[in-house]
Write a protein that binds this ligand. Structure first.
Ligand SMILES: [Zn+2]
Length: 333
């Protein structure tokens, strides 16, 4: 099966299907709702119901022809232009999915963003045997090692309680979709009063619809922060710094695995928990797939592909995406 890697997405010309195309196209599979995957006005869109609901919320303006959204369940298969497509769960954010494309006896899997560890919110990754795997490598270096969901929960709650006991405001840096809701969920379930930035609060209903509780959360108001934990987005740090609030900052991210994150984001506490896999998880994921051919996209692509080649696989980095992981504007992780 031919696979074309373009800056805007991955194209399968044999069956005329795009994977995570971020610009307008006729038919697109959307692996999950992050903004670097769920964008563009498409004719027909496949994804889970949660992903498509996030995608619709992200569409700005009114297209002449609204996208034909085709929600699929995990484990569901459907025929498409001579191929058999099947969606499988991916541990990343709520609604994330992998896709298996079966075409003329070949099995190709595109993971989208993924990890192997159980997430705080979301489904566990299903291993899918395949011939060819397209996998991400946002954290595809051995320097990255992440906490389990249980360890991360414990660290989040402990940090919040220690701050509140010392009359300080615990402020957590999350991301607008995924990490933010997970942190709020953990704090609320622990009975800690929690104020939430609007960019994160926007997607709480999506997580509630998926079955996760957020008892007692409230919208962030700058004059009502005493005795509460704050969950805010990364650029909110400047507002906190400029305020007279006595706070301590926790950074919950894969990037927090490196100690230089402390200075980069001004964090007092680093909690290395991610919705991406760390190096060992990515290696295990590739091994479990049984794939002999591997395309590595996003992050440390060339280095991770090199490691896979040393293990005897036919691996390559078809896109120059490694610079993205090194840049100051780090992707959500
Ligand atoms: Zn993502």
């Amino acid at each position: 099966m031919q696979v074309e890697f373009k800056p805007r997405g991955i194209y399968l010309p044999d069956i005329d299907l795009w994977l995570d195309n971020t610009e307008d196209c006729a038919s697109n599979w959307i692996s999950h709702g992050h903004s670097d995957h769920a964008r563009g006005f498409h004719g027909r869109v496949f994804g889970t119901a949660e992903t498509l609901s996030i995608y619709r919320a992200r569409l700005w303006g009114t297209p002449e022809q609204p996208p034909d959204c085709c929600p699929v369940h995990y484990g569901e298969s459907w025929d498409y232009n001579g191929a058999r497509l099947t969606a499988y769960a991916a541990s990343h954010i709520v609604g994330a999915a992998q896709i298996l494309v079966e075409w003329r006896g070949e099995r190709l899997v595109y993971t989208g963003d993924i990890k192997l560890r159980t997430p705080i919110c979301g489904k566990n990754t299903e291993a899918i045997p395949c011939d060819r795997l397209i996998v991400e490598s946002t954290f595809g270096l051995p320097i990255y090692h992440f906490l389990s969901a249980d360890e991360a929960k414990m660290r989040i709650v402990r940090f919040a309680r220690e701050c509140l006991d010392s009359k300080l405001i615990p402020a957590f840096i999350g991301y607008p979709l995924g990490r933010g809701q997970e942190i709020v969920h953990v704090l609320c379930e622990a009975g800690i009063p929690t104020a939430v930035h609007g960019s994160i609060a926007r997607f709480i209903p999506t997580y509630e619809a998926a079955g996760y509780g957020f008892p007692g959360w409230e919208a962030y108001q700058s004059r009502q922060t005493a005795g509460k934990a704050l969950v805010v987005v990364p650029n909110f740090r400047n507002i906190l710094e400029a305020s007279d609030k006595k706070y301590r900052l926790a950074y919950v991210s894969g990037w927090a695995a490196l100690d230089n994150a402390r200075a980069r984001v001004g964090a007092d506490e680093l909690i290395p928990y991610s919705d991406h896999g760390d190096f060992e998880e990515l290696l295990t994921l590739v091994e479990q797939s049984g794939a002999r051919e591997v395309d590595v996209v996003h992050g440390y692509t060339e280095l991770f592909a090199h490691v896979l080649c040393q293990r005897g696989l036919d691996a390559r980095a078809p896109r120059e995406a490694s610079a993205r992981a090194m840049s100051e504007e780090v992707p959500e992780g």
